[in-house]
Design a protein around this ligand. Structure first.
Ligand code: PAF
Length: 281
């Protein structure tokens, strides 16, 4: 596996990797890799001849009071995992390489970024769309794989790629969960043992609400019960528990179309997000 930190080297390496018409899959990450990321790499290997993983802790998607400085960085362990997983090239630029002096461009995807994470974390999706747009320009992948755990991010990136006519297929991959249902996330590393045990209430509340709504229970009641269950388990503040149209993420009051149930809540100092599909009734 090549490890590349400079853009001119990346361009040379990508030309070599593409030679003979080989197809390229990109898995964008911020590192601190876990089994969820490795599932994306596995799927990438099935879908393309070459697999590129990027690791870049992107400062522009963190708000001023967020965890940019504390975000886990494990360069050597990540490289070892990727080598074992069959990644061909690790693209790992530093901040000056990604945002050189004079950088002035920002990508905004309107509408779908206004709610949920976009409302709770102003500017977050501009940072995500800008860096993913750059990664697509740098690597020029045929396919790019994203976890469904960040469901709104997946929808934002899909919209951006379509709107900007980027020749990349954006693919969402199902969330990987621990045995108790907690979605794998690099931020789970922040949880104390007691918080980690209590955090299992999040997927449990989500599942109960999703199943209730799918069975025809009133949406507002199921959302309120999920919120109460999270509060009882020690979550707070809860940014949202919401049922939304699966494509536009507009809030919905009845599951008369394919929906997504999404939640964001803090436990201790750690903010967790999760979501589940709720099919049309
Ligand atoms: O999901 C992430 O890890 C990041 O938001 C991404 C897509 C790599 C952009 O920085």
């Amino acid at each position: 596996m090549q490890i590349v930190r400079a853009l001119d080297q990346l361009r040379r390496s990508m030309a070599d990797l593409r030679r003979g018409g080989k197809t390229v899959a990109l898995v964008p990450t911020m590192g601190a890799l876990h089994h969820g990321h490795l599932t994306l790499v596995e799927e990438a290997r099935r879908r393309a001849d070459r697999v590129i993983v990027s690791i870049f802790v992107n400062p522009t998607q963190f708000g001023p009071n967020e965890d940019l400085a504390a975000y886990p960085r494990r360069a050597e362990a990540d490289a070892a995992l990727l080598r074992a997983a069959g990644c061909d090239l690790l693209w790992s630029p530093d901040v000056a390489e990604m945002y050189p002096h004079g950088f002035r461009t920002s990508v905004t995807v309107a509408g779908i970024t206004a709610m949920l994470e976009g409302a709770a974390r102003p500017g977050h999706f501009d940072g995500v769309a800008t860096v993913v747009g750059k990664l697509f320009g740098q690597v020029r992948p045929d396919v790019a794989l994203f976890g469904e755990k960040d469901y709104q991010q997946l929808r934002v990136v899909t919209r951006m790629a379509a709107d900007l006519d980027l020749a990349v297929e954006v693919i969402g991959i199902a969330t990987v969960r621990d045995a108790d249902g907690l979605a794998l996330s690099s931020r789970n590393a922040y949880l104390s043992p007691a918080e980690r045990a209590a955090a299992a209430a999040l997927p449990a509340a989500l599942r109960t609400a999703a199943e209730g709504i799918a069975a025809g229970a009133p949406v507002a009641k199921m959302l309120a019960e999920a919120q109460a269950r999270l509060e009882q388990a020690g979550f707070g503040p809860i940014d949202y528990v919401a049922l939304c149209d699966a494509a536009t993420l507009e809030p919905v009051e009845t599951a008369d179309r394919d929906c997504r149930l999404l939640v964001a809540a803090r436990i201790g100092g750690t903010r967790l997000i999760d979501n589940l599909a709720v099919p049309a009734r």
